[in-house]
Structures are given as C-alpha cells and as structure tokens.
Design a protein around this ligand. Structure first.
Ligand SMILES: [Zn+2]
Length: 440
C-alpha cells in the first residue's frame, strides 16, 4: 500500500511538473449576416457568435462583443455548422495508375506510413471543403486512421474530427478474394481486414481495435457467403458497448441487412441491398442509413444510368419511409482535378435527383452526421458550450444546396483554418503536441 501511494505521489509530481501553463483563451466574435440552423431548417439574420478558446461561449442577435475580442466579419455570408461525411476512407487512395483502381494492389504497394501521410493530406482537403467531422470506416492499413486522429487531437496538424474504425472486422478473407498461398503464407488479408469467425475471435477483434484507437467498430456483415448471424452481430454490439462504441455494418445483401436490423445495429453502410420493407424496419428501429450514393459522371469511376437510377430511387424510398439518413460518400479513390473534399461535394447530386428538399439534405450533412458520429452533445450545432466548428458560404444553401461547394470560411475548434476562400492553417502547426501527448 505504501509503495502504491508513493507511486501515485510520484506520478502526480511528474504530471504537474510536466504540465505547461494554459495559454489565455482567445476571444473571437463572428458577425453572421445569415446564420443557418439546420435542425430547425431556418435562417436567422444579424447574429453574433462569441467563441472563447475552443468553444462557443454565446450566440444571438444582441451578444456584447468584449473589448479586445478579434472580430470576423461574415455579415455578407451564410454561417452554419460544419459538414459531416459519414463514410470516408482517408488513408486509401486507389488510382487508375498504377493499380487499375483495385485497392488490393494499393495495400501491397503502399506502406502504412505513406498512407497515413495521404490521410493527413486528405483530411486537410476535407476540412478546406467544410467537412469538420469525418467517419473514417476502415481500409486504412495498420491503423493509419488512429494515428491521424491522435495527431489531430494532439494538435500537430489541422483536420476534421475523426470517428475512425481501425481495421474492418469480417469473416475469413474480409472483402478480398485472395489465393490460398497469399492468405496462408503471406497473411495478405491483414491488416486491411481482421478475420473473426468464432465468438472468441469476435471479442478479441473488437478489443484489438479498441486498444489501437478505434472510435467505432466496423464489421463486414455479409461480404462472404458465411456472413454474420444476428446473434453474432449482437455479440459485436455488446463488446463494443463496453467501451461506449457503436457498430457500423457494411451490408450488401437483403439477408445481411435483415440480420443487422434484427440485431439492432447502429448503422447500415451502403444502400444496394436495401428495399422498401427493410427501410420500414430500419425506420421503426431508428437504424442509421449511410447509403454512400455514388453520382454518375465521375471521371474514371463510371456508374451506369440504370445503376444510378436505382441508387436515386432507393434514396427517395428511404426518405419517404423516414429512415434516419446521413450524407456519406465512401470516397477512397482519386479523381483528377478534384481534392478529396471537392470529390465528396459531387455526392450532393443524388440527393437533389431524389427530390429531397434542401432543408433535409442540409440535416443529413450536418445534424444527422453529428448524431451518427455520436458526438452531437459536444460538437456540431452552433450552441453555447459546444466546440466551435463553424463554416460560411457566400450563398444561401436553404435556397440552393449547391452553395455548399463554395465554402469561404472554416473554423475548427475555435481556430480559423480558411478565410476569404483561402486556407490559412499556420495557427494549426506546432513543434510539439499542444493538447498533450497522452491522447490515444
Ligand atoms: Zn467504405
């Protein structure tokens, strides 16, 4: 006992000696000509948002601006909360050259270190387009996603808030179809996928991802004929819940979707297998739908007119059935001439083609995104006490959602990242982990 107390004491002394005095919180007042509240689907005019340090202190038409506060004039713009892509893969960029758009080869050719650096760049590109939150759902080599999340949270570089999955867990083989030699001799499935074929392996795989920095558990429900049963999915959910985490399921068959719905999964990723009946069941249970609707016309990634029509009709059906639905792209590839963020903006098209009102598209890309990321109590809405993730666009996205393509201003955690359409990230770069190195 005495040894223990001594150890605790030494720890306390070391901790306090190492802690740096906190810098005085900066005060910033944003003058918002129009302030969009996506939850209510309305615009308020001439509002002031007062930001203290990393958080919003006050918001309203008559907020007093303290002496010495920095004033940012966005009186000609629409100010709104940051955007969410609820399904992206920041550490994967497959390309026509050299890997013929096959990510199986990407992972053979590119190290985790190289992919982590790509992820850092993709994260900055997403933030520049106004995405302040990204759910990053796997195919990130050996935890490049965790490394990026930690680096952003420690304060090494700018990027969106990441809700990352670590390695996708699936039945033997994951989404790959490798030869026996590649699997047995070279373990080529790992680290893109974690095999979990028995209850013991399921528990262990979930724990591995938790240990190595995942914030959501991503599973392959039915990537192989031996997909997971509802009971097996329940085991994932129970084990993830011990760490306060949700389970996101990649689903590609109606039978897999049914198992996932019966188990009460948090979110279903992709919409190809969903139909009117399954949508009704999802709506009844409040299961999130991250449909990853791919637009037609992306260079190098052809979608046939028939496939696109099915995608749009499916999204429309989900909307009519009131399924809780989020904006999600599945972006994991390269389109020449577009940043990762600009690529994601192309995914507005299926929402418009499905005839979904702008107010609901805006909810899907903001409010619903915070909820599926399970962060809405601390981050997202422009409310006092929440982290200050704020963007501004020239037009009014309630009138024309395409206004989101022209993000002029981005503030992340209270620090300005983009202003007058130009990325100015200097304040985000530090020679040390300003938020502490213990963030895991
Ligand atoms: Zn995906």
């Amino acid at each position: 006992m005495r040894h223990l107390m001594l150890a605790v004491l030494v720890c306390l002394v070391v901790t306090s000696a190492a802690a740096q005095p906190p810098a005085p919180a900066t005060l910033t007042a944003i003058r918002a000509g129009r302030l969009l509240d996506p939850e209510a689907g309305r615009i308020l005019t001439n509002q002031i948002i007062l930001v203290e340090g990393t958080r919003i202190r006050d918001v309203g038409p008559n907020v007093a601006i303290p002496a010495g506060a920095q004033v940012i004039d966005l009186s000609r713009m629409t100010v709104m909360p940051g955007l969410v892509d609820s399904h992206n893969h920041l550490a994967l960029t497959y390309k026509p050259e050299p890997e013929s758009n096959v990510y199986y080869y990407t992972y053979v050719q590119e190290s985790t270190a190289l992919r982590a650096i790509q992820a850092a760049s993709n994260g900055i590109q997403m933030l520049a387009a106004g995405f302040t939150v990204v759910r990053d759902l796997g195919n990130n080599a050996l935890y490049a996603d965790s490394a990026l999340r930690q680096a952003i949270e420690q304060g090494w570089l700018p990027g969106p808030t990441l809700i990352n999955s670590g390695i996708i867990i699936g039945g033997m083989g994951g989404q790959f179809f490798p030869t026996p030699e590649m699997v047995k001799d070279h373990q080529i499935v790992y680290p893109e996928y974690l095999d979990a074929d028995t209850p013991d392996e399921i528990v262990k795989a979930v724990r591995q991802n938790i240990l190595f920095g995942a914030k959501v558990i991503k599973i392959c429900v039915d990537c192989k004929p031996y997909g997971y049963t509802a009971d097996e999915i329940r085991l994932f959910i129970r084990e993830a819940a011990k760490a306060g985490m949700k389970v996101a399921g990649h689903v590609q068959t109606p039978a897999g979707a049914k198992n996932a719905i019966d188990a009460g999964i948090w979110s279903i990723e992709h919409s190809g297998a969903l139909n009117d009946d399954l949508h009704k069941q999802m709506a009844a249970k409040g299961i999130w739908r991250a449909g990853t609707e791919t637009p037609t016309g992306l260079a190098g990634h052809p979608v046939s007119p028939q496939a696109y029509q099915r995608t749009v009709a499916n999204l429309k059906n989900a909307y009519e059935n009131k399924v809780p639905t989020v904006f999600s792209t599945d972006a994991d590839y390269f389109v020449a001439g577009k940043t990762r963020g600009e690529l994601c903006m192309e995914f507005l098209r299926p929402w418009k083609d499905a005839g979904i009102p702008n107010a609901d598209i805006l909810r899907a890309i903001t409010t619903n995104g915070y909820k599926v990321a399970d962060i809405d109590k601390v981050r997202g809405p422009i409310k006092a006490g929440l982290f200050a993730d704020i963007i501004a666009v020239s037009g009014n996205p309630l009138d024309d959602v395409e206004a989101l393509r022209d993000v002029q201003f981005v503030m992340k955690d209270g620090t300005v990242f983009k202003r007058d359409g130009v990325v100015t990230p200097a304040a985000f770069f530090h020679a040390g982990p300003v938020n502490g190195w213990r963030i895991r």
